[in-house]
Structures are given as C-alpha cells and as structure tokens.
Ligand binder design. Structure first.
Ligand code: SF4
Length: 476
C-alpha cells in the first residue's frame, strides 16, 4: 500500500500558490479570448543579486498567470522590487512612483505593486499608504511566493492589499521562475543574516538566517544543468553560515563538495563571504576544486580593528590578513575583491591609515568603495563623531588611488596565455565584439560569432586594460 507523503508547511504553501496561479491563468485565458489582448507586466529591480533572483521568481509567477513581459512601465501590471540599503535608494523609488501615478490616471485598470526590502520598513509603508494611495499591492521580502494570491485578492477586493511578515515563517520551494540567462544562474542557498553589522539594515529587512535543504539546492542545480546552465552563483547574505539551522547541520564547505559533483555544471561561484567565519575547510575545498572559480569577494569594510568592533564585524585586521595569506598560499592565482566603507562614525586618521595599509598588503583586484551614509534604523546612524563630508571625500580619493596602485597592474603573466572564458553576450559598447568572463571574474572582449554565447571557450589574452582584457579566439 503506497505511503501518503506528509507535506510540510512549505510544500502545502507551494500547492496552494500553484492552485491560485492555475485559477488566475484560466481567468486570464478567458479574458484573452474575449479581448484578444494579453495583459502585460514590467518588473523593475533595485539592489543586489538576491533581489534579482527574487525578480526571476516574480517574473515566473506573472508569466505563468498569463501576463506578457514588456520593457516599459506602460504596462497593465508594474512591480518595483526595492532595495533599502541606503536612504537615497528610497528617494529614488518615491520619485519613480510619482511617474507611475500619472500612468495610472491614463490606465485606471493598471495594477501597481511594490515589494522587497524597502517595504519591510514600517515608516515607509505608512508613507506609501498616505502619499501614494494609487499603489495596489505591498508586500515584503519574506512572501514573494504569495504574489499570485495577492493579485487575486486585489482583483476581487479592488482595494489596496498589504501583506507584510516581520520574519520569514517558511521557505517555499518549486514555484515558477523565469531565468534571465540560460547559461548561468543564481541559486539561493540561504536567506537572512544574524550578524547585525551596525551600519547595515539587511538583518532588519531580510530576517534571521535560514538555510535551504541541501536536497532542494542540489535538485535545483541538477535541473539547471539539464537546462544547459554551465555556471552557478550560490547566493546568501553570508554563505559561510550556511546550514547552521538545518535539522542536520551542514557546513558550506560540505555543500560545495556536493555541488561540485553535479554533472554539467562547469563553474561555481558564491557570494557573499563574511571574513569572520571563512573556514580552513572552505579554503581546502576551493583549493582542491576543479569547478570553484578562483575569485573571492571578501568584504573587509575597514582595516582598523577598533572600527571593526564599532561596526560589530567579528574579525580583526590581523585575522583578515592571515585569512588572505592562507588563501594566497592555497590558491596562488586567486582574485580578491572587497567592500570598503570610508567615514564610518568615529573613524580617525589612524583608523583610515589601517585601511590603506590593508589595501596595500592585499592588492585587491578591485573594490566596491562607499562613503558611509547614515541608514535610519541602524545603530551606527545614532553614533556620535559622524565624520565631516570634506574629510570623507579626501579619504575616499586617497583610497581609490591606493586601490588602483596596489591592484595587480602587472598582467601576471596572463598576456598571450589561453584562458577559459564563459561567453556572456554581445559587448554593450561595441556590438562587433563579444564579452566573456574569466574564472577570476575579469571580463574579456573579443571578436566572435553570436552562437558562442553561453559556451566556455579558449580565448587568448592579448592586452590588459584597467578592469578588463582584450582577447582573440586562437586560430580564428
Ligand atoms: S553580514 Fe553585515 S553587512 Fe552583510 S548583510 Fe549581514 S549585517 Fe549586513
């Protein structure tokens, strides 16, 4: 006698959402038969790779319902997937909402939805409810999976629908998703963050850390490999903390070893790694892997141990440099990139000199650099000794110059070598060229046929520029 499978809450939710999607799809189909006009949608995504991955899920659900994607906000359904990492990100969205309000006057049946990190901030939702009453649906980061249900509610109630969870209650798997690329893909391995760096709003809007089961991750990657994907990016706010909340805890290093065994996947990337818990096991797995790319993004934020403490970053200048020393011994040609904040409250000249010293010692290939900006709702926003702008600007310029000077400007012997390149598309500046990516994440531009897009091919590097190479396909 066959055993009935007991569904967990996540699986029940998946079934429920699939049922609603199917119901709406039939309604849209009937409408289409009457009007011979498909409803259109447009997704606007702000922020990080986690948001872009969520937008692929939003696009998948809307497409399954029967909407058709268009590249303009003059659509029947427009959704903003927002970011709130910096205060001015909010202002950008308010500005754009004004324009959407005008469009809705011309198309009253238009549905406007907003989701993402910004909606997890209660003051923001109050402002939308008061000043942007034409918005139809508001939801957050924890219930992207509920989009179909919220659309149904809006269509029936004809009223603003707000559905916000303060923290995630479950991970809902196996809902539709439209991938942006068919040769590379982002795969969430975990959500949320428990680190509470004092300048960061993410833990308040993305909730507590929860990891996906390794089985779900591996089955998704196997499906991607079957679909022709050759490169995956494992995504998490801090991937090193993967697996801690699982019934059977598992390390990120062990997960990587399982991912490595998936046939068809040729390249593995991951972000973001917090230096506080990057383990020796992980370095060993990276060293012995034939698929993990030799690029690591390792945000340091500041080189001053005193400031790292104020940032609640749980490592020191010395431990960070020791980590880099180990990485370079294990993977000599590793490319290291980082994030650095200048002007964190209380930053002194000595603190800043420590940052410069780390940059000189490490020789980052590139870095995302930011002047500290207050983020209401974070502890740092109320700290005293905010650094004056003119001081921040001087330090910022000095930092950029130091990064430029200390990054490996030698060609590292790569010129005239033949390297494996994943061809990612037609060059945006020069359509006669293709653009591809080396395993160290550097871009290469070269002449080639469009059918090579999505393939990993050998390319000879002939010239190194600041942030990319020029290349040629050998014997072409
Ligand atoms: S590790 Fe720190 S900076 Fe990164 S998401 Fe978590 S709190 Fe923010």
């Amino acid at each position: 006698m066959s055993k009935t499978k007991i569904l967990n809450v996540g699986e029940i939710e998946t079934q429920k959402q699939k049922y609603i999607i199917e119901k709406l799809r039939k309604e849209f189909e009937n409408k289409y038969k009457e009007t011979n006009k498909k409803k259109t949608f447009h997704v606007e995504t702000f922020g990080c790779q986690m948001n872009f991955r969520d937008s692929e899920k939003i696009t998948g659900i809307l497409t399954q319902i029967g909407y058709e994607e268009v590249d303009t906000e003059e659509a029947d359904f427009v959704i903003y997937n927002t970011c709130t990492v910096r205060e001015n990100a909010n202002n950008k969205v308010y500005g754009r909402l004004g324009y959407l309000g005008k469009l809705k006057k011309e198309n009253p049946d238009m549905i406007i939805a907003i989701c993402g990190c910004m909606m997890q901030v209660p003051e923001v939702v109050e402002k939308i409810k008061k000043s942007y009453r034409f918005v139809d649906i508001i939801f957050g980061t924890h219930n992207i999976y509920k989009l179909a249900e919220l659309i149904e509610l809006r269509l029936y109630s004809k009223r603003m629908v707000i559905d916000l969870l303060t923290d995630a209650q479950m991970i809902v798997e196996n809902l539709p998703s439209e991938r942006k690329y068919d040769f590379k893909a982002g795969v969430n391995i975990m959500f949320g963050c428990n680190n509470f760096c004092t300048y960061c709003i993410v833990p308040y809007v993305r909730g507590r850390e929860r990891s996906r089961s390794p089985e779900e991750i591996i089955s998704e990657i196997k499906q991607l490999a079957n679909d022709g994907v050759v490169e995956i990016m494992l995504l998490g706010q801090n991937v090193n903390s993967y697996g801690k909340n699982l019934d059977q805890p598992m390390t990120f290093a062990s997960l990587l070893q399982r991912v490595e065994r998936v046939e068809g996947i040729e390249r593995i990337r991951f972000m973001t790694s917090n230096p506080m818990d990057l383990s020796d096991d992980l370095i060993e797995v990276m060293k012995n892997s034939s698929k993990i790319c030799n690029h690591l993004h390792l945000p340091i934020q500041s080189g001053s141990t005193r400031l790292l403490k104020l940032m609640n970053r749980k490592y020191t200048k010395e431990s960070y440099l020791e980590l880099v020393r180990k990485l370079k011994i294990a993977i000599p040609n590793i490319s290291l990139t980082t994030d650095i904040i200048v002007g964190f409250p209380g930053e002194t000249d000595e603190d800043f000199e420590d940052t410069i010293d780390v940059v000189k010692q490490v020789g980052f290939d590139s870095a995302f650099t930011f002047i500290y900006s207050k983020r209401t709702g974070t502890p740092a926003a109320t700290m005293d000794k905010q650094v004056p702008n003119e001081v921040c600007n001087i330090r910022f310029d000095h930092l950029l110059k130091t990064i430029r000077e200390s990054s490996k400007d030698s060609d590292g012997g790569e010129i005239n070598s033949i390297q494996k390149v994943l061809v990612e598309g037609i060059n945006e500046q020069n359509p006669e060229l293709l653009t591809g990516r080396l395993t160290n994440n550097m871009l290469v531009h070269f002449k080639g046929e469009n059918h090579l897009i999505g393939k990993i091919i050998p390319v000879k590097l002939i010239e190194k520029k600041r942030f990319y190479y020029m290349g040629e396909i050998p014997n072409q």
